[in-house]
Design a protein around this ligand. Structure first.
Ligand SMILES: Cc1cc2nc3c(=O)[nH]c(=O)nc-3n(C[C@H](O)[C@H](O)[C@H](O)COP(=O)(O)OP(=O)(O)OC[C@H]3O[C@@H](n4cnc5c(N)ncnc54)[C@H](O)[C@@H]3O)c2cc1C
Ligand code: FES
Length: 284
């Protein structure tokens, strides 16, 4: 039975700051009671306030940035749990369960370039991902700046969260919006196809994606049709986050590397899966 990662624990934390971000988001900076070692991008924490403003069940959030005891989360306010976190003030006590999940594969410079496809708040796991790719992961050769493409799409400009910070990382950043208010009009796959047709992004790339489910389905289809390696960071609704409630099933690829069992648990076996392992197209 898959278990939570051995470094996961239940931590007390304190809010340090909440800064507005985009039309409906915040960056929540917290300090944990103990310092955690540098964590892999696309790992996540279950967060809630210790008081009654938060629902009883903590909510999952990707680690956005990390510095010593300080962790940052980029949060889109959608309901009760995110509203409570966005209303934290310096000193608010929080519970942070984590680090959970597996994180991106080693983002090395030894193969095809990486194309990172982010949709809206799906940008959260990419900030550390870009930093770690450029530094090198798991002792593998780092990616050069020209080997990393960050393609960021959203409905409108105000939902391209923290865009300037991503642009400052020094990799190629291209944007698109549904309403044309920033970058190219259309979605991230339209943008990728356009950049490939223009010769600005090679055809043979490795794809990473995080965003709304419909976007991830389209990315999976795109990757399968072209035979591209592809990893998806899934934001499946979660109950416990630690493998107990069976609330986060993801259909596995029949006869794939995960064997005959039809589902994987997103929280303890993901949230990052290769499209060799799972498929979002089973019910699409
Ligand atoms: C591994 C993982 C990492 C995540 N990382 C981030 C992150 O970095 N930043 C961020 O803002 N959000 C992230 N999410 C999504 C976040 O957990 C949800 O938005 C949050 O749980 C909503 O809680 P709520 O109480 O505010 O909303 P609720 O009242 O629970 O729900 C409000 C609305 O949001 C929808 N919703 C709830 N959960 C999700 C979900 N997982 N995906 C899509 N829609 C959902 C509900 O259907 C409902 O319509 C992540 C989810 C997972 C599983
Ligand atoms: S969220 Fe409970 S098993 Fe995954």
């Amino acid at each position: 039975m898959p278990a939570p990662p051995p470094d996961a624990r239940s931590l007390l934390a304190e809010a340090l700051a909440v800064e507005p971000c985009g039309d409906d988001g915040v960056v929540l900076r917290i300090a944990t009671e103990v310092e955690l070692p540098p964590l892999r991008a696309a790992r996540f924490f279950m967060l809630r306030r210790e008081d009654r403003l938060s629902p009883a069940i903590p909510r999952p959030f990707s680690l956005y940035r990390q510095s010593g005891r300080e962790l940052e989360f980029l949060i889109k306010v959608t309901g009760e749990g995110t509203r409570a976190l966005a209303a934290c003030t310096p000193g608010t006590r929080l519970r942070a369960i984590g680090p959970l999940g597996n994180g991106w594969p080693a983002l090395d410079g030894a193969g095809a370039p990486w194309v990172m496809l982010a949709g809206g708040i799906g940008s959260a796991p990419f900030f550390l991902g870009i930093e770690q790719a450029l530094r090198g992961m798991d002792g593998r050769p780092p990616a050069r700046r020209e080997q990393v493409f960050y393609l960021y799409g959203a409905a409108r400009r105000g939902l391209l969260y923290d865009l300037e910070r991503f642009e400052a990382l020094g990799v190629r950043v291209a944007t698109c919006t549904d309403d044309g208010s920033h970058g190219r009009r259309g979605n991230v796959l339209d943008l990728l196809a356009h950049l490939q047709d223009a010769g600005e992004v090679p055809r043979a790339v490795r794809l990473l994606a995080c965003g709304p489910e419909r976007m991830l389905e389209a990315v999976e289809r795109f990757a399968r049709e072209r035979g591209l390696a592809c990893w998806l960071s899934l934001e499946t609704v979660m109950g416990c986050g630690v493998g107990i409630c069976n609330g986060c099933p993801v259909p596995t690829v029949a006869e794939g590397p995960r064997g005959a069992w039809p589902n994987a648990k997103c929280c303890v076996e993901g949230p990052v899966f290769s499209t060799d392992e799972v498929t979002l197209l089973a019910h699409a």
